[in-house]
Design a protein around this ligand. Structure first.
Ligand SMILES: [Fe+2]
Ligand SMILES: [Fe+2]
Length: 215
């Protein structure tokens, strides 16, 4: 990952395409952190509870696919090497989230969103545009995205079955990580986004969460 600065533009496109395929269809590179749910016991859920938990964890997985698209899109166009490195580290941590959510969705007897390639492609384009807009906007965009994700995760903690300790442990750890990503982005000069942009982002994620809850 850190060698990407020395790649030519066409090399970078190939690397990005490989990352896209691994995000959507394969096993993306993760950190060494353990799955927060690994040590916890699975509990019996009613059919309704299982369906709600699977739907919410599928939404979280789709959000992480989008996060990958955003980070990879930004890494392609961001100017400062320091920002690129920070984004690549955060993207790696998002891969942990991606892997944990996918595992949990499958444990709950369902599959990840069929629309994943669409979430990735759309987010990649938005991320690349944010990167082109400049580093302070691109970092501001990361911070705002993470703040909105944290609000979603809080909402999920209210809706997840109270006894579903595995899903809850994953969401709790994600909340900690996303808050850290937002702080890092702001510390590196992220600017506050204009309100209309924030509203557009909230609207886009609303459409995504509604769709990914079902498909
Ligand atoms: Fe994440
Ligand atoms: Fe994040």
């Amino acid at each position: 990952m850190t060698t990407s600065r020395h790649l030519t533009p066409s090399d970078r496109l190939i690397v990005n395409f490989d990352q896209a395929l691994r995000t959507i269809f394969g096993k993306p590179q993760t950190t060494e952190r353990p799955d927060p749910a690994a040590e916890l016991d699975d509990v019996t859920l009613s059919e309704d509870e299982r369906r709600v938990a699977a739907g919410l964890m599928r939404v979280n997985h789709a959000g992480e696919v989008s996060a990958q698209g955003l980070y990879q899109g930004q890494a392609l166009t961001a100017r400062l090497p320091d920002v690129k490195e920070k984004m690549e580290r955060a993207a790696l941590e998002e891969n942990d989230h991606l892997a944990w959510c996918e595992k949990r969705v499958k444990e709950l007897g369902e599959d990840v969103s069929l629309l994943s390639p669409f979430w990735y492609a759309g987010s990649f384009a938005i991320g690349a545009l944010a990167g082109i807009a400049g580093d302070k906007w691109s970092l501001g965009f990361v911070a705002e995205t993470e703040h909105q994700v944290i609000r979603h995760l809080d909402n999920h903690l209210q809706r997840l079955p109270p006894q579903d300790a595995k899903s809850r442990a994953i969401v709790e750890q994600m909340k900690i990580d996303e808050a850290h990503h937002a702080t890092v982005a702001l510390e590196h000069g992220g600017a506050a986004l204009p309100t209309p942009v924030k509203k557009m982002m909230a609207l886009t994620s609303k459409v995504m969460t509604k769709a990914a809850y079902r498909i």
